[in-house]
Design a protein around this ligand. Structure first.
Ligand SMILES: Nc1ncnc2c1ncn2[C@@H]1O[C@H](COP(=O)(O)OP(=O)(O)OP(=O)(O)O)[C@@H](O)[C@H]1O
Ligand SMILES: [Mg+2]
Length: 279
């Protein structure tokens, strides 16, 4: 794959709560520039894994590398810098109800950059148009449909031109048409922006459509990790239960757009983390 986006390497990771493991000894490399889907039944630990990769939870054992950085070894400021290179779409979109769509999407830029009002307007507008919502920038979240809120959350996750994009259940709660639309959007983003995408899902159709690489969690361990094609061909009985739907494929050329100019950032992150893309 022609990509300079960082790999995510998970090494012997054991995750859980209050000393009780949920998934043990996870080893996987989520390929840079591709879409990895983390799949598994409800309660198997998908969101817990995401929280550990984002350092919102502390693992019981093991390491996670984003690019060349072991996130658990990074100092606070360095991790803050790294976080600015990561976009997250939370399950419910996590938009602030008191702010318009524009202000919601502008939040990370106002927090982390010195961009002027006009520049913020241009960036937000371009990201909203990416997800087809540029005409709704003055709307409040409660004036948007569920699908629109997901797309708005995606625009916000993309606003800093992240190297890594995490999405927790992006299609949950959406009807099949909106789900397919969001899948199409994720594929388009992957093709247009050189970034590593990790999607947590229990939606098979979605996995078949968007995944390059799949990690299946279940029974407290990693049941499968590998290319989607390998999973679809498996004869393993437990895994076969997942595989009853056909996916669709799309192909568009990858265009790498220029990321935000580092000089507009409030922190000099090069000092702390260097270039995330050089593994
Ligand atoms: N804050 C918490 N404290 C203690 N246990 C938790 C906590 N959050 C989740 N768990 C437990 O960890 C296990 C995995 O939960 P997790 O939310 O990671 O599952 P999931 O695979 O994301 O499920 P779903 O598909 O329903 O979102 C579950 O047994 C859950 O009860
Ligand atoms: Mg979950």
């Amino acid at each position: 794959m022609n990509s300079t986006a960082p790999d995510i390497r998970i090494e012997n990771l054991t995750i859980g709560y209050d000393g009780n493991p949920v998934v043990t000894h996870i080893n996987a490399t989520l390929p840079g520039g591709g879409i990895t889907v983390i799949l598994g039944r409800s309660g198997c630990g998908k969101s817990t894994l995401l929280k550990n990769i984002l350092k919102l939870n502390t693992p019981m054992d093991g390491a996670v590398y984003l690019g060349r950085h072991n996130i658990y070894r990074l100092k606070r400021k360095a991790f803050r810098c790294l976080k600015q290179r990561i976009g997250v779409l939370f399950q419910d979109g996590a938009l602030l109800g008191a702010l318009t769509l524009f202000d919601n999407v502008a939040l990370p830029l106002r927090e982390h950059t010195r961009l002027k009002q006009q520049e913020i307007y241009e960036v937000v507008k371009s990201k909203l148009s990416l997800v087809g919502l540029e005409k709704f920038m003055d709307y409040y979240p409660n004036e948007l449909s569920g699908g629109m809120r997901k797309r708005a959350g995606l625009a916000r996750a993309m606003v800093m031109d992240p190297d890594i994009l995490f999405c927790d259940e992006p299609t949950s709660g959406l009807d099949p048409i909106n789900s397919a639309e969001l899948d199409g959007l994720l594929l388009e983003l992957k093709e247009r922006f050189d970034m590593t995408v990790v999607v947590v899902s229990h939606d098979l159709a979605s996995m078949e459509t968007i995944a390059d690489y799949v990690v299946v969690l279940g029974e407290g361990k990693t049941l499968f990790k590998g290319q989607k094609e390998e999973l679809l061909a498996t004869e393993e009985p437990y895994l076969r239960q997942f595989l009853d739907r056909e996916g669709a494929k799309r192909a568009t050329p990858r265009v790498t757009t220029a990321p935000l100019d580092p000089s507009v950032m409030k922190m000099d992150c090069a000092k702390y983390i260097g270039d995330l893309n050089s593994n």
